[in-house]
Write a protein that binds this ligand. Structure first.
Ligand code: SF4
Length: 63
């Protein structure tokens, strides 16, 4: 299954992804964006979050 992953070196913690798709992205206790475990990642909100990331640092990886 394809799931989003974050290039933490490029992420500026703007939290746009968290605002657009809070069911999929969150800020971890250590202060980084992390992807929540879901059964699937193909909904519109997630695609919208990826499209609107100002640093283009959300990419797809295979499980
Ligand atoms: S939208 Fe992109 S730059 Fe902003 S917090 Fe999410 S991953 Fe980081």
């Amino acid at each position: 299954m394809k799931r989003p992953a974050i290039d933490l070196g490029a992420c500026i913690l703007c939290e746009i992804c968290v605002e657009l798709a809070p069911h999929a992205f969150e800020i971890s206790d250590s202060g980084f964006v992390q992807v929540k475990p879901l059964d699937g990642y193909q909904d519109d909100d997630i695609h919208e979050a990826i499209k609107n990331c100002p640093k283009d640092c959300i990419f797809w990886e295979d499980d």
